[in-house]
Design a protein around this ligand. Structure first.
Ligand SMILES: O=C(O)CCC(=O)C(=O)O
Ligand SMILES: [Fe+2]
Length: 335
């Protein structure tokens, strides 16, 4: 049972219509949503229903394989694109495809687990199409997020700081416990923030994604799935780069129905070697820089090496990283 005394309620996020020019009124509702939730919706994003249906069909074929087959891609294999059950949670398993060459990343995994060469080819093409389309979307949305910070900030900062971003996606399948009905709900993925600049999430019709309010004593709110809608959430890297002007969302997945759930999360990230430092204009005259410049990879390593749950996402945030760094510096200067 999910332990939370707070009332759970449905959240009405603003929807950004990507087929229309950005209006000042949508910008202000996006800005508000980013501050309170770190989440907003996008519609008319140009990704077809068929593509989602094909991804679902592929995912079911992959996740329905026997564990021995899937583990050929698991953490002890050389490919490491499959996260089995009992790492993030007993009910969660995940498959990762990395850009920029989504085709070869997908193909390397597919060849290990599927024998049929026709299917392999189709799967590879489809996952590549998804990766490429998401990459274009992520660029567009990052520019919109920069516009929220200030007029013209997209043209001023995109090329300097975001031009070398890269993306990867995870297809997640949640299989609830068989006794779910006795418990009413259980956690499928624990509370976390994403280690990305932005994340674009597709969740199927089952629902279960929740975000923690930054007000209302941290109440959990349901992000209800809607056909044709994708959700965008701000990740820790953009939070640090924007000096907390855009804040990453604390979210989780709860399972309330006795059926499998599927989601696809596309993570748009800075390059590993990038030194993340909020520009003066973003910090502004009245604020202080909240994060000393840090190397992106150091933060990713900090998250990966956290023992709790042994899954890179569950647990700590960029705030904990800063505290940890400060403590280390203090210890070094004392000793
Ligand atoms: O399954 C979902 O809806 C969200 C997954 C998620 O938050 C993640 O993979 O980081
Ligand atoms: Fe997430």
């Amino acid at each position: 049972m999910v332990s939370d005394s707070c009332l759970e309620t449905t959240l009405n996020l603003p929807s950004l219509d990507l087929s229309k020019p950005l209006q000042p009124s949508s910008l202000s509702s996006l800005s508000e949503a980013c501050h309170q939730w770190g989440f907003f919706n996008i519609v008319n994003h140009g990704i077809s229903r068929d593509l989602f249906a094909n991804i679902k069909s592929f995912s079911n074929q992959l996740f329905d394989l026997p564990s021995e087959a899937k583990l050929k891609l698991g953490p002890s294999s050389c490919i490491k694109t499959y996260t089995p059950h009992f790492i993030a949670s007993p009910y969660f398993e995940s498959f990762r495809v990395c850009g920029p060459d989504f085709h070869s990343s997908a193909q390397d995994s597919i060849e290990v687990v599927f024998n049929d060469t026709t299917n392999r080819h189709e799967f590879g093409e489809m996952l590549e199409e998804y990766g490429k389309k998401m990459t274009e979307l992520a660029k567009e949305i990052t520019k919109i997020a920069l516009t929220i910070l200030g007029d013209g900030f997209d043209t001023r900062f995109y090329d300097i700081d975001f031009n070398n971003c890269h993306g990867y996606f995870r297809i997640n399948r949640y299989s609830p416990p068989t006794n779910l009905e006795d418990k009413t709900s259980t956690e499928g993925l624990g509370m976390h923030t994403d280690m990305s600049c932005i994340t674009i999430v597709y969740q199927d019709e089952i629902g279960g994604l929740q975000v923690k309010s930054k007000k209302d004593e941290g109440r959990w709110m349901d992000i209800v799935p809607s056909e044709g809608t994708l959700v965008v959430n701000i990740g820790d890297l953009l939070q640090a780069w924007s000096n907390d002007k855009l804040v990453s969302s604390e979210h989780r997945v709860v399972l309330t129905k006795p059926v499998n759930r599927l989601s696809v999360a596309f993570f748009w990230c800075f390059e590993d070697e990038k030194v993340i430092s909020a520009p003066d204009e973003v910090v502004g005259d009245e604020d202080v820089r909240l994060y000393d410049p840090f190397v992106c990879l150091d933060y990713l390593k900090f998250r990966e090496s956290n023992e709790e749950g042994k899954f890179e996402k569950v647990g700590f945030t960029v705030k904990d990283f800063v505290t940890h760094n400060t403590k280390n510096c203090l210890q070094k200067s004392i000793s």
